[in-house]
Write a protein that binds this ligand. Structure first.
Ligand SMILES: [Zn+2]
Length: 102
């Protein structure tokens, strides 16, 4: 099994999962429950991860994620904080450094 995607943002992981679901690539999410422990555990230990059930889907999945998540339409919904962290549009404050969107 191959880890195809990971994000501290559980919604983003589910978004990636939905994208892959639509073209029939089977995946599962790891560390979903641990996502709520962010801030108490070291980063890598609690980051939700998306895994492929079938390794042969990897190339197709990576291509789709690259296009899907970073597509211009989606990009418009994101903003980047001064600290470099990418935020989704619904957040007006950086979860990492506490800075406000400007
Ligand atoms: Zn920040």
């Amino acid at each position: 099994m191959t880890r195809i995607f990971a994000s501290i943002n559980l919604a983003e992981v589910h978004h990636a999962k939905n994208l892959l679901d639509t073209i029939g690539i089977r995946t599962f999410v790891k560390n979903e429950a641990l996502a709520s422990a962010v801030g108490q555990l070291p980063f890598g230990d609690c980051q939700p991860e998306l895994w492929l059930v079938d390794d042969t889907d990897e190339e197709r999945a990576r291509r789709l994620l690259k296009e899907g998540i970073l597509a211009p339409a989606e990009k418009g919904k994101l903003w980047q904080c001064g600290c470099g962290e990418i935020q989704e549009a619904q957040f007006t404050q950086c979860w990492l450094c506490g800075d406000y969107r400007n």
